[in-house]
Structures are given as structure tokens and as C-alpha cells.
Design a protein around this ligand. Structure first.
Ligand SMILES: [Zn+2]
Length: 143
């Protein structure tokens, strides 16, 4: 069981992540022609071979923030998590349909490093021709 301090910390971390997501630009605005995005996530324990968690994130393109931060699944981990925002956004801007990558958790468990690693495979699809959206350039936007 978690003690009260851990619970408070976890709630705070969750709150801060939500805040970063809320403050991020919308995915739809950043990558106008994105139609769908799924990210398959495998998380490994420190040894790198034992699968700790696996899940697929189906991104709701119409509502999702342009912010991809995955919490560490080790519940005793503090200061951890994986921020994939930069590389995922670069790949989407380059209109890649299949891309992957990995990240290491920077958090700690007690006095030790968390050491979990995450690998992801993302599948994206794009609207081939979107004349109405495509016409809306930055210079046309109203303030
Ligand atoms: Zn961690």
C-alpha cells in the first residue's frame, strides 16, 4: 500500500502532466493532415528483457494534445515517465506512417535508479488531400 505522501506525490505528478497536456497545442492544429495515430508501447524492467507492461494508445486526433508523455508503470517510481513529444511530433511532421523509438525512465525507486525502458511502435495515417484545411495558412489566421 502507498502511504499518504506517495499518494499525494502521485496525484501531483498526474496533475502536472495533465497541465502540460492542457497547455500544449492541439495535435490537429500541429499536423493538419493526420487522420489516425496508434502507439504500441512495451515497457521493460531494468534488465531490458522482462516485459513489464504492454499497451496500445489510440490517439483521438480531434482532441488530443500535441504532447506525448507516458507515465512510468512502476508505481514506486518517482520523477519518472517518458516524454516522447519531440520525436513523435518530428515523425508526424515528416508524414511518417510507421516509426519507432525508445526511451529510458529517468526516475528513481527508493535510492536506486528506476531503469525501466520503453519501446514504442507508432502507426499513423494521413488525409491525402485536404484542400479546405490545407488552405488555412498561418498568415490567413485571424488573431
Ligand atoms: Zn520509472
Amino acid at each position: 500500500m502507498w502511504n499518504r505522501r506517495q499518494q499525494t506525490e502521485a496525484a501531483l505528478v498526474h496533475h502536472e502532466r495533465r497541465q502540460r497536456e492542457d497547455e500544449a497545442p492541439r495535435l490537429r492544429q500541429e499536423v493538419r493532415q493526420l487522420a489516425a495515430l496508434d502507439i504500441e508501447i512495451d515497457e521493460f524492467r531494468a534488465a531490458g528483457t522482462v516485459l513489464a507492461a504492454r499497451h496500445t494508445r489510440r490517439i483521438v486526433v480531434e482532441q488530443a494534445p500535441a504532447h506525448f508523455e507516458i507515465p512510468c508503470s512502476e508505481e514506486r517510481c518517482t520523477g519518472g515517465g517518458y516524454d516522447l513529444t519531440y520525436e513523435v511530433m518530428r515523425a508526424l511532421e515528416a508524414r511518417r506512417t510507421l516509426f519507432d523509438g525508445q526511451a529510458a525512465c529517468p526516475g528513481s525507486v527508493g535510492s536506486a535508479e528506476c531503469g525501466r525502458t520503453l519501446r514504442y511502435v507508432a502507426h499513423a495515417s494521413y488525409i491525402e488531400d485536404a484542400p479546405v484545411l490545407g488552405r488555412a495558412r498561418a498568415s490567413d489566421r485571424r488573431p
